[in-house]
Design a protein around this ligand. Sequence first.
Ligand SMILES: Nc1nc2c(ncn2[C@@H]2O[C@H](COP(=O)(O)OP(=O)(O)OP(=O)(O)O)[C@@H](O)[C@H]2O)c(=O)[nH]1
Ligand SMILES: [Mg+2]
Ligand SMILES: [Zn+2]
Length: 332
Amino acid sequence: MVNFVIIFINICEVEINGTVIRIEKDYFVSESESRNIYRCTLKGKFKKDFHMKKDKQYALDIAVVGDFVEFTPNDAKSGVIHKILPRNNYISRKAPKIKGSGYRGERLEQVISANIDRLVIVSSIFEPVFNYRVIDRFLVAAESSHIESIIVLNKMDLDQARLAEEFIAAYREIGYTVIPASIIDKRGIKEIKEEVRNKKTIFWGQSGVGKSSLINALYPNLNLGTGEISSFNQKGKHTTVTSTMIPTEEGTYIIDTPGIREIDPFGIQKQDLGHYFIDFLPYINACKFSTCTHNHEPGCAVEQAVNDEKIFDFRYESYLRLLETIEQDILF
Ligand SMILES: Nc1nc2c(ncn2[C@@H]2O[C@H](COP(=O)(O)OP(=O)(O)OP(=O)(O)O)[C@@H](O)[C@H]2O)c(=O)[nH]1
Ligand SMILES: [Mg+2]
Ligand SMILES: [Zn+2]
């Protein structure tokens, strides 16, 4: 009994370093370095820090999956986070309109995950149908956060007409790793496993593309919930509802995320957008104006490169569409 009390007092005094692996309502489930799981709450001071101020953009997410934290345990299973360490990096998007609308309709930043090594952009050829504009938006989010990304094109078993080939070749030519995959015929699974080994990797993409299915195929004992084909694309239906970091093997962590309906990269100014299209980079400095947005300005070297077929038409089209949606926001 005495021993037990002493151990308990020790636990209470110790501050534990951990990582947020899942968020459940107001609880930040954290894993300690010795791999124990604690359901933690946040110390009240954080809420005040992040309270919306009139003159300041505020973040929606105080702690996110992947954050390194320090917490004081209440007991062997719960604790209070009193410190969130500075993030090495993070990936985010503009929060969906309704949830994040602040004053004057600005969109807030929704941080998806922090301290990650790699983003796997998951897309499918059908159900939902392939859309390069969506991929380009994820790529912009990754490039602007300086996070390495690869593209996994899933459900290749449905691509009887081999529609994907052209895009696979194009993205590879641009310089991205593209892995065609399928959980039905298992193609690509081994390659993805190699790509994620010894890293913290986040799987991100639209709902129903097969993120959880792919993770299950990589690690069959996980048994993550996956959606039915018939129901996944009905309005508002997401099978995975909260991001979860899953330790798989020593040094390898996978973050499964809920699918999203729209991806608007956050905090990008019009004249910077071109820098996140890596195929534009060799030409940008040759534009006549340093503030060129490559949108039909005179002397635009990017547009010239499109005309000379050095940049794919579809990438330029994606770029122009994204440019249109960027609000010139004084807060950025
Ligand atoms: N034909 C085929 N179907 C697949 C493949 N991968 C996944 N699916 C199906 O697609 C549906 C959606 O898969 P999920 O893994 O739940 O998709 P998700 O991306 O995790 O979806 P959210 O959790 O809602 O974001 C399920 O019915 C899967 O069986 C594939 O390679 N080929
Ligand atoms: Mg899922
Ligand atoms: Zn230009």
